[in-house]
Design a protein around this ligand. Sequence first.
Ligand SMILES: [Ca+2]
Length: 380
Amino acid sequence: MSRNRKLLLMLVLALAVGSQVFASVWIDEISAVKTEDLKSYLSLTQEYQDDNWYKVNSKVSRLLEAEDATLGGGAVVSNKANASGGKVVTGFDQAGAYMEWEFDAPSRGQYEIWLKYSIPCNDADPVVMDITIDGKHLFSETTDLHFNSVKYETAVETLECVEPASDKGNGVPFGFIMEKGKHRIRITNISGEFDLDYIRFSGPVKHFVFTQGETCSDSNGEFEVVKGNAASRGKAVQTTDAPGEWIEWTIDVPEDGLYSLIVRYTQGTRGVESVRSFKVNGKTLFPSWDEVVFYPTDGWSEKRNDWRERRIEDPETRQPYYLYMPKGEITIRMETVSGPLNIDYIGIITRDGEIKGELNFWDYLRMLWQQIIGFFVSFN
Ligand SMILES: [Ca+2]
């Protein structure tokens, strides 16, 4: 083989190897872009259903302390009284700050992710973050998640679920799919600031806790306990139409979470709108709580069941207000603005909670009896 031929062969070989290397790098880059071609959560729900990704049971609940995470980008552990574990992570206030946990998923399924955090002041900018699981985004929304929307009396401490920003407080929280076993969960700051106490992985949290209307304290001690057909335990409290008179109940919050207020009531005077103001722990949390309107039900539950359940909602969006309530006792105060109103019970309920009022055997028997009487009255 001549020298020129050898050189030519070497050149051909070099070109062949070089183009191979170039091609594989190029293909890697293309596929990297492809994995980031993300779909929205909504468009994935059918796929999730087809692949049997069910939401995990509400009893599955795992709490990971922020202070146990691997930290970077300026995030550091700080002591804080009253925080879970006595510590939080601060310095999550600049782009690129991150926290990463290893989460051992107890079963295959869709997990809700909740974050317990506090913001520096009432009107702080929302926190925007990015969440990856095992280094990947599950759906497009995880690159741009907004926090800081839930109100509570302290205003700066909240527990919030990762959910669609457009649908805060009333939508379906995102489900993060994970196979059983260990996963790396990382949150990265895009903008804003918060101190994180812990992160919780769980199924939908369900609670409904209520107290009897008649188990209350009031401004003049003269609120009358009345019998009500189909009332829980057969009794309710009659609140007066005298403006400024109030009635107050105490409720035990079973676990830290988001709850709305629920009232079972009758208002049997036609053409009258009864108005009440509400306070939780002595504070009016929303401007509309100064005048909550109760429209007439069909009667006072004297002959049949006229009770209605109602969550206290935003009058504009008609969606219930969700409040962050820490475990422990709270007080709910209702003050008369105008009109009469009977209260069977008042309670707090989580988004997925089921309303199951406590009707006993005698309540059901009384309802049945009223129905029999009603049948004969209408028959004659
Ligand atoms: Ca903590």
